[in-house]
Design a protein around this ligand. Structure first.
Ligand SMILES: NC(=O)c1ccc[n+]([C@@H]2O[C@H](COP(=O)([O-])OP(=O)(O)OC[C@H]3O[C@@H](n4cnc5c(N)ncnc54)[C@H](O)[C@@H]3O)[C@@H](O)[C@H]2O)c1
Length: 461
């Protein structure tokens, strides 16, 4: 198709974990739309245009191959693509601010503002701007002020369309979403813009799964959804600590509690704590917003979810230290899994970063293995990694090790030959299963001393 034959031109600013996969799915589902993903990072765009995509997601490569060069394009020519676009998705990152007012809590909105200014400078025709990034409530107001500032007569209509996909299942979540949320102004122009976006999703999403709300509800719902998910993890993790001192078993407790249909079984697995680029950032942003609006008690409540998470990672490190005779100096510990969850190579805010740093402080030697996150792990620990090695092969990671600490529940870790691993390790050999992922009884029978989360350990010593 040549450019004029496309029904509409969609541009997405930000070719990251959200912008890339979302646009790949839209391009696959809407062949009559031209979809271009732009980014300031030439490295990222080059990777999207190559066979080595910049992110790992099951099913992503197939979908890219189907649409790339037909109606899906990746480019660094941001200005020209903005100028030609009818609909612009903004999917740049919104990390926690590290400086000045709100440091450590508020969202750093500099990339959003830069994008808004660039859209304004390069627009001569009306455009629909879709917030895909996770933003503080009322961010659309700021965006509108920038877009409509000065003597700019171009009309922009802003929509909020937060992304609920989870890394590792991004393609499935986008193709079969629980819901799509679209927030708009309740005006003629707002409703018209909302209908344009609806038209895209209705290509593959049943109508009853699409929720439309006012802009502020949509923006806030994304923060609240992540806060609720994180809160469930901290809730069960807090109870795992109680299980460990009372001989209750967290899996049994979670099973019994989750059978209540008002509670449900999902997100009730105890572990070393949540990670990823969103949960902590979005919780802290929520805390900041509550403090900004002088809702101190509400802020305190949500902040405790972060505190329990930090505490859970530290408890795991303490368990390793206490169990291994209170010294880790020169002991080799094999780290199984560095990504913040399975099926992704993403290590942003991964519990493994904190845990490895703490183990290195105790002067342990680490042998880190992960099916997809080794190169990110190397970057995350650079500068403090003289006692760490990074190996592809889990058998090599455990050879001569005093302990194995499982941090990410990659399915392949279940089917390893643990007799072979045990035979190659120093004795007594310890397993700290930070995700209750392995068959503990079997490991115990092989000879390991097994330390799960929230369950009594199985030990020979
Ligand atoms: N990663 C997730 O699982 C997830 C899920 C839902 C929502 N979100 C939200 O989506 C947003 C994006 O997250 P992500 O994980 O894709 O981030 P990311 O860091 O992977 O990608 C952001 C991209 O934006 C680019 N960028 C920054 N400023 C730019 C500019 N001015 N012009 C062009 N490109 C620019 C960066 O180079 C980067 O490639 C965040 O707000 C995040 O909270 C993320």
């Amino acid at each position: 198709m040549n450019d004029n034959q496309f029904a509409k031109k969609i541009v997405c600013v930000g070719a990251g974990y959200v912008g890339g996969p979302t646009m790949v799915v839209i391009a696959n589902k809407c062949p009559e739309y031209k979809v271009t993903v732009v980014d300031i990072s030439e490295v990222r765009i080059n990777a999207w245009n190559s066979d080595e995509l910049p992110i790992y997601e099951p099913g992503l490569k197939d979908r890219v191959d189907k649409a790339r060069g037909k109606n899906l394009f990746f480019s660094t020519d941001i200005d020209r693509n903005i100028a030609e676009a009818d609909i612009i998705f903004v999917s740049v990152h919104t990390p926690t601010k590290t400086f000045g007012e709100g440091a450590g809590k508020a969202s750093d909105l500099q990339f959003i503002e830069q994008t808004a200014r660039r859209i304004k400078e390069n627009s001569t025709s009306p455009k629909i701007i879709v917030e895909k990034s996770t933003l503080p409530v009322r961010a659309a107001e700021t965006m509108a002020s920038i877009l409509h500032s000065g003597n700019n007569s171009v009309r922009f209509e802003i929509l909020s369309n937060p992304e609920f996909m989870a890394e590792g299942t991004a393609i499935r979540d986008m193709e079969e979403p629980d819901r799509i949320l679209i927030g708009s102004h309740d005006t003629v122009a707002g409703n018209a813009a909302r209908d344009e976006l609806l038209k895209i999703y209705l290509k593959w999403v049943p109508k009853d799964k699409i929720i439309t709300t006012n802009l502020w509800s949509s923006e806030l719902s994304k923060l609240v959804a992540n806060a609720f998910l994180a809160q469930r993890i901290s809730s069960i993790n807090s109870i795992s600590a109680l299980c460990e001192v009372t001989e209750a078993d967290i899996s049994e407790v979670a099973g019994a509690v989750g059978r209540d249909s008002r509670i449900g079984p999902k997100f009730l697995e105890a572990g070393v704590g949540f990670g990823g680029s969103c949960f902590r950032k979005d919780l802290l942003n929520l805390v900041y917003l509550c403090e900004y609006y002088k809702l101190e008690d509400v802020a305190k409540f949500w902040n405790s979810v972060v505190e329990i998470n930090d505490n859970q990672m530290e408890r795991f490190v303490n368990c390793i230290l206490k169990t291994m005779f209170r010294t880790l100096v020169d002991k080799k510990i094999a780290i199984f899994g560095f990504a913040f969850k399975p099926d992704t190579g993403d290590t942003r805010d991964a519990p493994a970063i904190y845990i490895c740093k703490r183990l290195l402080e105790e002067k342990a030697r680490l042998s880190i293995t992960d099916p997809h996150a080794i190169s990110n792990a190397r970057k995350d620990l650079s500068g403090i990694d003289e006692r760490a090695e990074f190996v592809e092969n889990p058998y090599e990671a455990t050879r001569g090790a005093h302990a194995l600490a499982l941090i990410t529940e990659w399915p392949e870790y279940r089917s390893l030959d643990y007799q072979k691993i045990f035979d190659s390790m120093s004795k007594p050999a310890f397993i700290f299963d930070g995700r209750n992922h392995l068959d503990h009884q079997k490991l115990f029978e092989v000879g390991f001393n097994v330390y799960p989360i929230g369950r009594p350990p199985l030990t020979h010593i």
